[in-house]
Design a protein around this ligand. Structure first.
Ligand code: SF4
Ligand code: SF4
Length: 393
């Protein structure tokens, strides 16, 4: 891969280079970074958040990356800000990072090596760059929470940060962008926490090469791989491999699910004040709601989910983790949201097709009208010619 003038990058060339480097959201989302950058550029986003608030226990990739490569992350942040025309960049990190890492960040942003970092009050500001510690709580690293905490922006459930001029990228993604643009290196490896230890791992490495399911050769095991955090991670198939979005891999014992006891632990803990057990019931019983209206059962279920605030769920996974019945609450929310997104895309496609058809019909009618008028005018001219010069008087 070629390198790019990172001091004055041409946005579209940069987006192409990021796409060619195979960079995806490395905080676990896996969304195409080139697409996200393009959307932010088109929306004229003015703020960029470098997200290093790993709010799931046990995962240590952002802290390890910043300990080793904070200058490259800051350079990646600068490159992105220059490319999309943003004026404010904030590195948000977990306030309980090791003191040595916080001190290094302090030096990076303030260039004051002798300053004793104070995680509670530290906020080093440069004209356009700053870094801020965030208390590690469930869901603290979610984009909408960071927008609220850093800029006081309350996002509507249907809004994304880009809708309010904020681009949020994981620090791993910014590091990968810096490597691709400055050094011409495509994304080939990433930091992964494997059962608690964090190391560089090549993309495409089978989980089986990182952790073996069999404790003894030939012994049958009920253990499974879990990809991601304890709260938001999901069980993976035995042949799963490391991707750009894999931040952690664990060996776990899958728990047996039992019926809901209505203990209300999930609703008591939900940071968004939702009722996860109700949402789960709606997600898993799409026929719920008596078909007493003309609306379909599917639309009834969707509107019930919306009324119960599914779109406000940040997928922090806290309810999942606390449920004593081991109900896969989060999995059902993610599936319902994915279905809703697919439905929205299908609706948008159908709407565009309808508009195209209507435009086609109106163009055809306009052409037919013009042709008719021309025929009329030619007929009229012929008629006048036949009547001779007197007809013009
Ligand atoms: S925590 Fe689990 S068992 Fe308790 S109410 Fe919620 S879904 Fe039901
Ligand atoms: S995952 Fe559960 S606890 Fe977290 S916001 Fe959604 S419903 Fe609430």
């Amino acid at each position: 891969m070629s390198t790019l003038d990172f001091l004055q990058p041409d946005p579209t060339t940069l987006f192409e280079q990021v796409a060619q480097a195979g960079i995806q959201g490395m905080g676990g989302g896996g969304f195409s970074t080139a697409r996200k950058l393009r959307l932010a550029w088109q929306a004229k986003a003015t703020r960029v958040i470098a997200n290093a608030v790993e709010c799931e226990p046990g995962i240590n990739v952002d802290a390890a990356l910043l300990a080793e490569h904070s200058p490259e992350v800051v350079q990646g942040l600068n490159i992105v800000m220059t490319a999309i025309g943003a004026t404010q960049g904030v590195l948000a990190f977990a306030a309980d990072f090791p003191k040595s890492t916080i001190k290094m960040l302090c030096q990076q942003f303030e260039n004051q090596a002798d300053r004793e970092p104070d995680a509670d009050s530290f906020a080093a500001n440069q004209p356009s760059l700053s870094c801020t510690p965030i208390t590690r709580t469930a869901g603290a690293g979610a984009e909408r929470h960071l927008c609220q905490q850093l800029f006081g922006l309350s996002l509507e459930p249907t809004q994304y940060p880009i809708d309010r001029g904020v681009l949020c990228l994981n620090v791993g993604t910014l590091f990968a962008i810096q490597q691709a643009i400055v050094l011409g290196k495509p994304l080939r490896q990433r930091l992964v926490t494997v059962n608690g230890d964090t190391n560089w791992v090549s993309l495409g490495t089978p989980f089986a090469d990182l952790l073996t399911l069999e404790e003894q050769p030939g012994a049958k095991t009920t253990r499974r791989y879990r990809e991601g955090g304890h709260y938001t991670g999901k069980l993976s198939p035995p042949k799963a491999v490391v991707t750009a979005a894999t931040n952690a891999v664990w060996l776990v014992e899958p728990a047996t699910q039992t019926p809901c006891t209505y203990c209300s632990r999930c609703s008591d803990a939900c940071p968004e004040a939702l009722a996860p057990q109700t949402l789960h019931r709606l997600c898993t019983q799409p026929q719920v709601g008596a078909p007493s209206t003309q609306a379909s059962p599917q639309s009834l279920s969707e509107s019930a989910l919306e009324a119960n605030g599914l779109s406000r769920c940040t997928e922090c996974g806290l309810c999942n983790n606390l449920c004593p019945s081991n109900i896969d609450l989060l999995g059902s929310f993610q599936q319902a949201k994915a279905q809703a997104r697919e439905q929205a895309l299908a609706d948008a496609r159908a709407h565009r097709a309808k508009q195209r058809h209507e435009r086609h019909v109106s163009r055809t009618q306009a052409r037919a009208q013009i042709a008719l008028q021309r025929r009329e005018s030619r007929r009229e001219s012929r008629r006048l010619k036949q009547r001779g010069p007197d007809a013009w008087r």
